[in-house]
Design a binder for this molecule. Structure first.
Ligand code: CA
Length: 230
């Protein structure tokens, strides 16, 4: 992690953006503010941030549309995205995670919560860079090059799905509970709900295509990656 991680704040409310920026600056981050998708894209084209704080409700393209777009583009797909949502928008949160957000923060939030979540997503990226590779029944993951393939066909995974798959493959055939996965994959799970694991498992299966069946649900226990698909 760089000494001053750059955080792109995409938020149309100047008062909220300013509050976030001040708090980030006081805590060793380098905030950059964009008021909508167009100016956010301009910032991304210029300098890639270490993380993006993305408001759900924006003029023009919504936060979900932007998350989906940035996840699909090679240049931006690995940047952690934290979605800012309104209180009680439960379906929105799931849609946000489905669109590719790594986490969400419900407004109004405390500075400490926001900082903890940003630090968690930045920490989560670091272990992915550990140099090793795993190959199970045609499914191959190379941590050094960040590539995943199924029977030599490359697959596209988001950063959280990559880390989740990496962990499951390194501990294949074993059953992992949701809380174990939160602990091992998410690291700092103080603010993350267990259903977040389900959302990312679903996305992982979709990304794996034919190999998705290797990620098994073990009723009442959790998840496991197996080469012996039933
Ligand atoms: Ca807004």
């Amino acid at each position: 992690m760089k000494s001053m991680p750059r955080v792109l704040i995409v938020e149309d409310e100047p008062s909220i953006a300013e509050l976030i920026a001040v708090n980030l600056r006081h805590n060793g981050f380098q905030p950059v503010w964009a008021e909508d998708g167009v100016s956010a894209q301009r910032e991304l084209d210029a300098v890639l941030p270490d993380a993006i704080l993305l408001d759900w409700m924006l003029p023009g393209q919504s936060g979900v549309q932007l998350a989906r777009k940035w996840r699909s583009e090679a240049r931006t797909k690995a940047i952690p995205i934290l979605m800012l949502t309104a209180r009680g928008d439960e379906p929105d949160k799931v849609a946000g995670l489905d669109a590719g957000a790594d986490d969400y923060i419900t407004k109004p939030f405390s500075t400490q919560e926001m900082l903890a979540r940003i630090r968690a997503v930045l920490r989560r990226r670091a272990p992915e860079q550990v140099d090793d590779s795993v190959n199970i029944g045609g499914l191959a993951l190379d941590a050094a090059t960040h590539r995943v393939s199924w029977k030599s066909q490359p697959l596209k995974l988001g950063p959280t799905e990559f880390k989740l798959l990496h962990y499951l493959m390194k501990h294949a055939e074993r059953v992992h509970s949701r809380s174990q996965l939160l602990d091992k994959v998410w690291g700092d799970h103080v603010f993350i709900e267990e259903r977040t694991v389900d959302v990312h498992i679903k996305r992982l299966r979709e990304a794996l295509g034919a190999a998705g069946a290797m990620v098994e649900t073990v009723r009442g226990a959790g998840y496991r990656l197996t080469a012996q698909v039933a």
